[in-house]
Design a protein. Structure first.
Length: 443
């Protein structure tokens, strides 16, 4: 493909994105202007998702110019000023965006990016959703929620662009054909571990004196159970609980396999054993009793007027007990004992996650080969569960078993979608939430 023809087909899209940058710069937002200025560089990649992401951005550009044009024309008309030339200019700018969109659909760029065998739309949608989530957080939170904004006000948009591109890359890597049956699980654990490492690195650096790395407000212990028990003890502070519920509404029980800052440790510990060994059947009642005990203890401490230091000490002991359980039991059994038999928030996620329409189901092609049993670290699969056609209640939709099944008998199910599209939908939702959490999750 001739380089001049390819450059000519990309030029209208690049100019349209740069015009969005100029629009942001005129409004005084240099960070967003720079992000739009850098965005066309993604089209240099030979991946199909970059073309689809650019098309989404160009569709957004048409909406921006239509809204800006309507407001300016109304203002000029109200002041009895001429507006025809303004309408022509903004109309030409809109047509440029439409031309860029069309050339990306059928021009030389379409042939170049169309050769990419990986899915194109899911990574682009993951980028768009990540950008939308982070932009909404940045616009609504009353303090600089993105770390770059705390050091260089306005630069948070560069982090938004970087995390959006990361979400697209990870979604493409998860869904790309070939590469081995265990790739999904390996990528998930690495991405999950990256989130946990950044979360605790920011916490430790913040406690060491770099306070701008911490969330504003009172620092609390990074123990997942406190998301539920903390408000019961304090009688206030529902932010983290609300964030947890909102996340479960989006990704269901996948909070426990993609987003929990402690669960990544349990996943790494369980992965040390080749084959998971299931826990006894009394695991479920013990887990429920432990969750009830944690909430009752929090209520009792509040009713007794216990000092915060005592409650904090008990919470720290509970968290350390969970870590000890990972080291002593999860490593040995190859099963995530902390997440499936100890953590109260894990119980809440799996119970509330049943309201989510996404499911993992076993189809008629199952041969009982056992590959999925070796992949599941949540104790959700067994020969009995395969016969029933669905995992047990500890399933977190992690997807490791789906990727490991050599017969494509296991798959995601969502009403109205095929298994392949259901899997792509889950990847978009889970990765976008993960990427957004990389940007905003702090203590």
């Amino acid at each position: 493909m001739a380089a001049p023809a390819l450059a000519a087909s990309l030029l209208p899209a690049a100019l349209s994105l740069w015009l969005l940058g100029a629009h942001a710069l005129r409004a005084g937002d240099w960070g967003q202007a720079l992000a739009w200025g850098l965005a066309p560089l993604l089209l240099a990649l030979p991946h199909g998702w970059t073309r689809r992401a650019a098309q989404l951005a160009l569709a957004w550009a048409v909406l921006v110019w239509a809204r800006a044009g309507g407001e300016l024309i109304q203002m000029r008309a109200a002041l009895d000023q001429p507006w025809a030339r303004l309408a022509l200019i903004l109309g030409a700018v809109m047509l440029l965006a439409v031309a860029g969109l069309a050339l990306l659909e059928r021009g030389p760029a379409a042939r170049r990016h169309g050769a990419d065998p990986a899915p194109h739309w899911p990574p682009a949608l993951a980028l768009a959703l990540t950008v939308a989530l982070l932009a909404a957080c940045r616009a609504t939170v009353p303090f600089p929620i993105l770390l770059p904004d705390r050091f260089w006000p306005g630069s948070g948009w560069l982090l938004v662009l970087a995390l959006g591109a990361y979400a697209a890359w990870l979604t493409r890597a998860l869904l790309a054909p070939g590469g081995g049956a265990g790739r999904w699980g390996r990528l998930r654990l690495r991405a999950w571990g990256l989130f946990s490492a950044l979360f605790f690195a920011q916490l430790l650096l913040g406690l060491a004196g770099a306070e701008r790395l911490l969330m504003t407000g009172e620092t609390h212990l990074p123990v997942p159970a406190l998301i539920a028990a903390g408000p019961v003890f304090r009688g206030q502070g529902l932010f983290m609980a609300g964030l947890f519920l909102a996340t479960v509404a989006v990704v269901g029980p996948a909070w426990c396999s993609w987003l929990c800052y402690i669960g990544a440790w349990d996943g790494a510990a369980a992965a040390r054993a080749r084959t998971p060994r299931p826990l006894p059947p009394w695991r479920g009642p013990v887990r429920a009793a432990l969750a009830a005990l944690v909430l009752l203890a929090a209520w009792g401490l509040r009713a007794a007027g216990a000092p915060v230091a005592l409650a904090g000490g008990l919470a720290a002991a509970f968290g350390l007990a969970g870590v000890a359980l990972m080291l002593a039991a999860s490593r040995r059994r190859g099963l995530m004992v902390h997440c499936t038999a100890f953590c109260p928030l894990g119980l809440a996620a799996t119970l509330l996650g049943r309201l989510h329409p996404l499911r993992v189901r076993v189809g008629p092609g199952c041969t009982d080969c056992g590959a999925c049993l070796r992949a599941c670290r949540y104790g959700a699969l067994s020969p009995e569960r395969l016969a029933l056609g669905r995992p047990g209640g500890t399933c977190t939709l992690c997807g490791d078993c789906v990727a490991r099944c050599p017969h494509a008998a296991l798959g995601y199910r969502f009403p109205g979608l095929s298994p392949a599209r259901s899997r792509a939908l889950f990847a978009v939702l889970a990765v976008s939430a993960h990427a957004a959490f990389l940007g905003v999750a702090r203590i």
